[in-house]
Design a protein around this ligand. Structure first.
Ligand code: F0G
Length: 461
């Protein structure tokens, strides 16, 4: 088998990208308050901030867009999308949302039925955590400890720790657990996959305690691909079969379709068979998102998503997608840069705590590497560490993340291997000068999801 497969598509439309000088980037970053989120995308050469809504659509998706039915109620495009979601999941109910956090907003709150409730997850994504807290509950993470042994070659580092899960349920009391959320792949833990066996066992625990089992499946197709590659017994299953079997283990499927849905905007709430929960979610979608047959999407968006969901399950596409991430990961690893290994499905996660051990966690080592990488190569990555984790909602203390990651997130079908090579070379240069990296302090700290809008300045040593 070839080490890295070539693109299973050719390029029909191009978007030029600008190159800036190092001197310009130093100035641009200063203007952005040293927050990569505040850079203009025009001033970024290769943008690895997120794989969310940043991918390229296919000719089939663009052609379906012309078929969009923009009716306020009962749009034909809704019924097409609903039929695809039902086919993929086997679920009875579907509500569209404008994106993943819209789906979380609609669906998590109705599960919080009294005070003092918790959600338990392998790892909550940051918007999921925010919606859990906004719903008046608390978010507990219990990923397996192998996840934090970054060099350890373990196939499913995204798994939930089943012993800890049981223990937490005993400790807090099953009636106080609003839901168990399986994030597949486990984004914040390095885009790491979760095994079928682990999802099965966690779902059995949920069932035993009569707790709702939720799949946060923004990258469920990438997860199914890893199950096929790495989990004995699934070699001969199609990606679609693996995904379907996975959905059968859960009660609810929440999805940011901006990832494996291969669209620029869109979200899904799908409910297996709980009509009463469906009614509660339906009542919330109207004021917060829109009428239940569009839920914050246009008809054309729903057309693109119906097509994108099917393309996202194509094995040839998934092979190339994961090969691209592996290519960048292996290039960095060979240069001695510490990363979460093996690489996951959507990004390379660089261990900046090890690169800059002289920067304390509350001076954000991964922000420091992200900013240096922008200056060096015009590449934008994102901090996934103590800055993103934020403060304890009760004590307001800065929380310390177990790992200070810089995430280099690869958009779908957007960049070539040569782009990724340029990224690798720039990061290697930053790594060679790592003792010059500086910590950061807040100039303005935003009160919620602070990493998006805060501003900083470097701390001179
Ligand atoms: N769940 C997971 C696992 C996610 O990765 C995201 C978004 C969401 C939910 C929320 O979805 O953005 O459509 O509202 N992740 C993006 C990222 C933002 O860059 O990882 P959304």
């Amino acid at each position: 088998m070839k080490k890295y497969v070539a693109e299973p598509y050719r390029i029909k439309v191009i978007e030029p990208i600008k190159e800036t000088t190092k001197e310009e980037r130093i100035e641009l970053l200063k203007i952005a308050g040293y927050n990569p989120f505040s850079l203009k995308s025009e001033d970024v050469y290769i943008d690895l901030l997120s794989d969310s809504g940043t991918g390229a659509m296919s000719q089939e998706q663009w052609s379906q867009i012309m078929l969009g039915d923009e009716a306020y109620a009962g749009s034909r495009s809704f019924y097409k999308l609903e039929s695809v979601v039902k086919q993929i999941t086997g679920y009875e109910y579907f509500i569209p949302a404008h994106q993943g956090r819209g789906a979380e907003h609609i669906c998590l709150k109705p599960l919080v039925v009294h005070e003092g409730m918790y959600f338990i997850s392998n790892t909550h994504f940051d918007t999921t955590r925010a919606h859990v807290e906004l719903a008046g509950a608390r978010a507990l993470d219990c990923v397996i400890s192998e996840c934090y042994d970054l060099g350890l070659d373990y196939p499913f580092k995204g798994n939930v720790d089943l012993v800890k899960l049981e223990k937490l349920i005993q400790e807090k009391g099953a009636k106080n657990i609003a839901g168990i959320i399986m994030t597949i792949t486990n984004n914040s833990a390095g885009g790491q996959p979760v095994s079928y066996e682990n999802i099965l066992k966690a779902s059995q625990i949920a069932k035993k305690h009569q707790i709702k089992f939720i799949i946060d499946g923004a990258r469920y197709a990438e997860n199914a691909y890893f199950i096929k590659q790495r989990e004995p017994g699934f070699e001969n299953h199609s990606i679609r079969e693996i995904a379907y079997q996975t959905f059968q283990l859960a009660d609810i499927f929440l999805m940011s379709a901006k990832k494996d849905g291969l669209v620029n905007i869109g979200g899904i709430v799908a409910i297996k068979d709980d009509k009463s929960l469906y009614r509660k979610c339906q009542a919330r979608v109207v004021p917060y998102e829109g009428f239940p047959t569009y839920g914050g999407m246009t008809g054309r968006d729903m057309e693109a998503m119906a097509q994108g969901l099917l393309e996202g399950l194509d094995e040839r596409y998934l092979r190339h997608r994961t090969d691209q991430i592996r290519y960048l990961g292996e290039m960095l690893k060979e240069a001695g840069i510490p990363i979460q290994y093996p690489v996951g499905g959507h990004a390379v996660f660089v261990d900046c705590g090890s690169i800059a051990p002289h920067i304390p966690y509350d001076q954000f080592p991964a922000l420091s590497v992200a900013n240096a990488l922008y200056i060096e190569g015009g590449v934008r990555g994102v901090e996934v560490g103590s800055l993103l984790l934020g403060r304890d909602p009760d004590t307001k203390r800065n929380l310390q993340s177990p790992v200070e990651f810089l995430r280099l997130t690869i958009p779908r079908r957007l960049y070539t291997y040569e782009h990724l090579k340029a990224v690798g070379e720039a990061l290697i240069r930053v790594f060679q000068n790592r003792e010059q990296l500086k910590g950061y302090k807040f100039v303005y700290e935003s009160p919620i999801l602070r990493h998006f809008t805060s501003t900083y300045k470097p701390i001179d040593r």
